[in-house]
Structures are given as C-alpha cells and as structure tokens.
Design a protein around this ligand. Structure first.
Ligand SMILES: C[S@@+](CC[C@H](N)C(=O)[O-])C[C@H]1O[C@@H](n2cnc3c(N)ncnc32)[C@H](O)[C@@H]1O
Length: 260
C-alpha cells in the first residue's frame, strides 16, 4: 500500500517515527542487551507481571509495532518464531542491525499493524508494547489481532493509561494532577500541534469501552494490570513523574485470550 493510500493517522505516525527513530537507537540497544524482559517506562520485570509464556518454544508470535525489536528478541529468546511488523522503515533498520549483532533470528516487515498481510489464525501469540497498543485505532487493530490469532491464542499489550491522557495539560507537558481532557468519549488524540514535544496521533479508550470492544470482538480478559511505579523510581520518564506514577496508573496492560 502506498503512503497516500494509508489512513491519515498511519501516514502521520510513519513520518513522525521515521523522523525521530535516531532518538530511540540508544534505548533499543540497551533493551536488546537485557536478558530478562521488562515492561513500560518504569521497567517492571516480566517476573512481576507474568504477561509472557515462560517457554515459547514452537509458538508463532507477532509483535505489532515492533520498533527496535527488543520485545521481538525477548520472545525469540524464549523459543518463539517471531514476525515483527512496523510502520517505520527507520525503526526497522535499527531492529535489523540489532538482530544481526545479537544473532537473533527475526522476520521483520514494513507495514501497518491494522492490516497485516497474513492468513487468519496463523499466530499463537500477539504482543504490542507501545506499538499498535497506542498508535493504531483499537476499533481496527483489535479485530485484526483477533483475526491473526488461532482460537485460544493470546494477545498481550501495554500502553499509557486513559488516566495519563486525561491528565495531560493542553500544551502537551507531562501529566499533572488536574483532569484536563474528557474521559468519556476518549478515542483519538492528536499531539502534532501541542507546544511541548509535539508527537503523532495516538488512541486509547475508556476502560469500559476497551472491555466492550474485547467482548464484541471475541476476546476474554485474562488479566488487566494498572502499572504503578516502584518505590525506587525517581525523576520523570517520557510523560510522567515517578511521584505521579506511584499515585495514579500511568500505564496499563491487558492479557486477552481469543475465545474458541
Ligand atoms: C515505542 S515504539 C515500540 C517499541 C517496541 N516495543 C520495541 O520493542 O522497540 C512504537 C512503534 O510503533 C510503530 N507504529 C506506529 N504506528 C504503527 C502502525 N500503524 N503499524 C505498525 N507499527 C506502528 C512505530 O513506527 C514505532 O516503531
């Protein structure tokens, strides 16, 4: 699909990520060096969250918005055969280089996670950490992930929580303690013209709307985790301070299973 045929948010987000992929190289390299997976900006160990199967031998997995590919690598090191799909060629350049340097075999493909050119039911496991999880329209990518999974297959994703969107000031500064944006009706947030650190176009839903979408699509919820920053966390990461993130959920993670 040519750039002009892509939905507006996918086109906008492609330009945004291609433009700033260089800024994510160092973080990607650091995560690739880590043997144990951690989740989100406060790097909560997988051992605490239990979102990944411990042994992924023989599983076919897809990383929807794989970025620099560290989650793809972590799944591959657990034994999975992994396809990483990403909207940014520049991010994929980093992922390809790191896969070669670390000797990890990944299939990496340029594309839109809302429309993956793979047959129905061909994956056992689907994952997104800040990829499709926030950059794709849930009404499109959740049914697409469902289509790609076999019955009984699992989808796990993590992104910023609706609380974080509601508490982000109009100028795009880090989250504060005022409810600034409406909670009801949450869907698309366009950060491209905010004053501070302008970004792309993100999506989230209210918790009840996520639940309704999962049920309507054919997923059952196995777990829902509101991420809390640990006592030892300090400073500000990306959009939230450690202090804020100890009081409110800055991020959330869903673990879903495709109904038989
Ligand atoms: C924060 S990075 C993801 C980090 C990732 N978990 C890793 O292991 O590096 C977000 C990624 O989502 C990708 N993305 C945004 N929109 C997308 C879409 N429609 N389809 C696929 N990937 C998308 C971006 O290009 C970017 O590489």
């Amino acid at each position: 699909m040519s750039d002009t045929e892509l939905p507006e948010h996918v086109r906008e987000n492609r330009a945004y990520w291609d433009g700033m992929a260089d800024e994510w190289v160092a973080a990607g390299e650091r995560s690739w060096r880590m043997r144990e997976p951690t989740w989100g900006m406060w790097e909560i160990p997988e051992a605490e969250l239990g979102l990944l199967p411990a042994d992924m031998s023989g599983l076919s997995a897809i990383d929807l918005g794989c970025g620099t590919g560290y989650f793809s690598a972590w799944m591959a090191r657990r034994g999975a055969r992994v396809l990483g799909i990403d909207n940014s060629q520049k991010q994929l350049e980093t992922a390809r280089r790191l896969a070669a340097e670390h000797g990890v075999e990944l299939e990496l493909e340029h594309g839109n996670a809302e429309r993956v050119p793979r047959p129905d039911g061909c994956f056992d496991f689907a994952l997104s950490e800040y990829g499709a999880a926030i950059w794709c329209d849930p009404q499109v990518w959740i049914p697409e992930a469902h289509r790609l999974l076999r019955p009984g297959g699992e989808l796990v994703f993590l992104g910023n929580s609706p609380w974080a969107i509601v508490c982000t000031p109009e100028d795009g500064d880090v989250v504060g303690e005022r409810l600034v944006r409406s909670y009801f009706g949450l869907h698309r947030t366009d950060w491209s013209s905010v004053a501070i650190d302008p970004g792309g176009i993100e999506f989230t839903l209210t918790v009840s709307a996520w639940m309704r979408l999962f049920r309507a699509t054919g997923f059952e919820v196995l777990d829902y985790i509101e991420i809390q920053a640990p006592e030892t966390a300090e400073g500000t990461r990306h959009f939230a301070s450690a202090e804020w993130s100890r009081r409110f959920p800055c991020e959330h993670a869903w673990k879903l299973r495709k109904r038989d």
